[in-house]
Every structure is written in structure tokens, then in C-alpha cells.
Design a protein around this ligand. Sequence first.
Ligand SMILES: Nc1ncnc2c1ncn2[C@@H]1O[C@H](COP(=O)(O)OP(=O)(O)O)[C@@H](O)[C@H]1O
Ligand SMILES: [Mg+2]
Length: 410
Amino acid sequence: MFAIGFGLVCASVCTLVHNYLSSLSSLSLSNSFLASCKKLRLYLEYGNDIALPTINDEITFDWGKRLLVHLPSGLPSAKFLEKREALAEAMRINPNRFHMRYDDGLIIDIVTADFPKMLPYRPSESTHSYRVFIGVNERGEARYYDFAGKYPHLLIGGISGGGKSVMLRNILTQLVTGPAPDLYLCDLKGGVELGIFRNLACVKHLATELSQVLIALNIVESEMKRRYAAMLASGTQEWHGKRLIFVVDELADFKTRAGDPDAKLKNEIKSVTTRLSAKGRAAGVIIVLATQRPSADVVDGLIKTNIAASICFRTRDAVQSRIVIDSDAAANLPDIPGRLVWQTAFNETLQAPFISAADARKLIAGLPQKGSENTEFVTVIIDKEDHQHERHKYENSGEIRTLESNIIEL
Ligand SMILES: Nc1ncnc2c1ncn2[C@@H]1O[C@H](COP(=O)(O)OP(=O)(O)O)[C@@H](O)[C@H]1O
Ligand SMILES: [Mg+2]
């Protein structure tokens, strides 16, 4: 009896002490914020008087604390957002863990939880969903990218070793085990990165050489035109059928150099890619482009204009970061593979899930393989001299052949 009573007293004393300490720390957090506002002149002045912001609430989460701040009318939130780093430093908080945004008041998140450096793969939600898991933010909230959404084209940038190919593997594994869109993959590293998907029935083409990239692009463009014609005939403005996704592991492979013998081919590749980026969306034709060299000559201005969604791993400098996400944020990321900035209305830092090639192989092992379905196949005739392309389509004559075997070079 005595032991129980003593235990209860101890517990309530502990709670009291804990509450007292947390109120003390919240007091100091709010005070520290207000003191920092004073220091940085973030207030309104009326003659000799000043009007400081007021703290509406302070909420404790698993990941840290949130301050809800009311700004006196006439004091713009932009002034605070501009001084985010200075404010964090004045409050002795690491600026990377200090987030601020305006949403009917100033919302300040101070994250104390550890940001994971390794995040497991999550399977696709359903065979109908084009929503793929791309990571979690510092608050542990999952983030998804929707290839059936409003801005389906995706640009992925960042230094070598940042995690671009792993991100493609993650996206593709979710897509092939999910809705299985028609996939056209370009991996000029001989297929080391994307080759594991090669034999899947939904992978219509894996291009490992420049000439094959153009063949794939021409097929994709013809399909886009066919879809537009079908939409016109049925009076619809959006393609509701299966998505077609064209993926490039390294866009810089298409960059032309001085005296480049492949210049003509590469320029043609670039112009078809640009056309797809401009017109593909409504026809359910989507492009996903990754590059470790996000310079203006690789990420062509026109392509960039047409691609509204971007993921950027660490970049070498602020210029590269700005090309991908229109901000310097990716240049300031820590050197952690899989750490990225996702460009949304406000940029968000995420840790991407990791999936090894071996695990991806296991997950896709049971999926339909090429040759197991009754394929319609395509023959492309290329005139190497002037790169005029003609496409002839044949219905399956009962034979099972892969796309590559149907390429005739003149
Ligand atoms: N999301 C991730 N989580 C943890 N480690 C990762 C992640 N993505 C990549 N890595 C590590 O970084 C290495 C390089 O990744 P990779 O995708 O090949 O980079 P990139 O294609 O940008 O050059 C991987 O082999 C892996 O060890
Ligand atoms: Mg890579």
C-alpha cells in the first residue's frame, strides 16, 4: 500500500517537474523568438513604441516544436521569410532545422528529431495508382509523386552519387509492380542502371545507344500523335488510358560537343524530347529526365519550362541548383546520399527511400515478362544518312519478337 502511494506521489512530482520544465523551455523558446525579432528589427515602429509579433500557440510534436505567430497588421511575413537564417542563428538553432512559412500567420517549425539517413522502400499503393513514394520530410511525413497528376513530367538533378539512379529504380519498381505503364528507358551506361527492368513486358524499349534513343523517341511521338487523333475523334481532351513514361538516366549524354560526330542525332533527340515535354501531358505521355550536369546547355530552357516538377539531390553549386529547382537550396544540402529538395509551392527537404538492385530484382521477378504476352510489334526503318524516319506498324503475326529485333537500319 505504502509502496503504491509512494509511487503515485513520485509519479505526480515527476509530472509536475516535467510540466514545469517544458513550460520553462517553451517560455524560453517564445522569449528567444521575441528577443531575436527585436535584435533583427522585425517589428513595427510607432514613434517611440514598437509592435512585436505575438505567439498564438506553441505545439509539441514527435519531431519537435511548432510556433504559431501572429504578425501585427502592416508587418509583412516576407521580412521574416527573408531573415529565416539570421533568425535561426539569433535563436541559436541550426538554420537547417528551422523552417518558416506563412499560412494565415507565421508558422515556425523547429525540428529536433533525427532525419533518417536510410529509409526503406515502400511498395506501390495499388495497381491503379500512379502515385509513387519519394521520401519523408524532416517531420516524418511521407511524400508522393503522382504521374497522373497535374504536372507529371519530372526532372531529377544532382551530383554523381547523390541518388538519382536509385530514385529511378525506386520509381520504376513501384510503377512496374503497380499500374505497369508502357516504359521506354534510356540508359547509355550500357543498361547498368535500368537494365534490371529490361525483360519486363511493360518495358517496351531499353535504349543503350544513341541511335536507339531516337528510335524509342520516334515510337513515343507516333504514339502521342495516335492518342491525340483518338482523343480528337472521341471529343475528349485528356487521355484516360494507360500512361506512357519515357525515362532518361543521364540527359547530359545528349549534349553536343564541338566537332561532335553525333551532333545531328543528338539535336534530333533533343528536339523530339522538347516536343514530348510540350505536348505529352494531355496524351498521358510523360518524361522523366535525370542529370548530374544540370547546366543550361543540358537542361534546355524550353524543356525546363515544360517540366514543372523537380527533385534535386545535392548540386555542385548554387547555379546548378537554381536550374533544377529555382533556388539555391540543393547546393546547401548535406553530403548524404538520398537527401534531396523537392520543389513544390515551398521547397521541401526529403530523404529518399533506398532500394538495392538485388531487392528490386526480387520484387519484379514474378511480373509478366517479354514474350509471355501476345505483343503487337513495331518495325522502324532508319535512314542513317539524313535521319528521316519512317515507322511501319505490323500486327503480330503470331511470332514473339522483341522491339529491338525489329529495327532495320538502312
Ligand atoms: N535513398 C538513398 N538512401 C541511402 N543511400 C543511397 C540512396 N540513394 C543512393 N544511395 C547511395 O548512393 C550511391 C549512389 O547512388 P546513385 O543513385 O547511383 O547516384 P547517382 O545516380 O546520382 O550518381 C548508391 O549506390 C547508394 O549507396
Ligand atoms: Mg546514376
